[in-house]
Ligand binder design. Sequence first.
Ligand SMILES: C[S@@+](CC[C@H](N)C(=O)[O-])C[C@H]1O[C@@H](n2cnc3c(N)ncnc32)[C@H](O)[C@@H]1O
Length: 249
Amino acid sequence: MTKVLIKAARRLRNIVRPESITHRGMVIPAKYLRFGGTNFAHDESFLSSGEDEAIRLQREFGIHKGSAVLDIGCGPGRLPIGILSKIGELRAYRGIDVSDAPIEWCKKYIEKKYPTFQFLKINAKNERYNPTGTEQIKLPFTDQAFDIIYLYSVFSHMKTPDIKAYLSEFKRLLKPTGKVFLTAFTEEFVPDMEENPPNYKTGWKGALHCVRYEKNCFNKLISDHGFKVDKYEYGVETDGQSGFYLSLS
Ligand SMILES: C[S@@+](CC[C@H](N)C(=O)[O-])C[C@H]1O[C@@H](n2cnc3c(N)ncnc32)[C@H](O)[C@@H]1O
């Protein structure tokens, strides 16, 4: 009886406040479930930005239907929706996040329909997104399981210990020919790491809204974990983040 009531309450909530929208034939999350402030508020900008990310992975890393992709901090599915729209189903896509709502949404609207796209919540602590988290950053995947690892606007909300933990995992999880794309705030002539730097780009509010790194210091984190930067694009990503294309050194 309770289960029936919960189901009915969920249905009612979804009528009053729908959790998904169909745009150009793709199911995307409602605005209130999206991250990225005004950047992805419009339905078209959410969908086309995800499609552009899929095209980036095709152009730069040669992603194809046989690829295995790990998307850390996947949020409510911008990349997988873009992949499904532009490339189609992959051999394996795994989306990881510390926030409950986006993972629940992705399981319900993506994983159910496309079972090779799977989503997992990990309970690692992030003061902004999951302040009560308790788990270590350790991912439940076998060594060399992935061709591509992707993180958009994720290291931009993380301090050094978490970045180190993830880079160690990436080295283990990536195939020898694998590639990583990530974005981060990096600048020259600034402190090694600074949270919410004043007078930098926009008004940052709350824990870990913007974590900025000194460029050489960030590059050293990358090289210390066995990666090299194949391509660096300064300031061209959301809110002025830089794009990093990595491979194993
Ligand atoms: C700004 S959103 C970006 C979402 C998505 N990558 C995109 O570009 O649309 C940052 C995401 O990183 C997730 N996140 C924060 N810390 C994390 C961690 N330690 N591990 C995995 N995900 C994390 C947040 O929950 C949030 O979904």
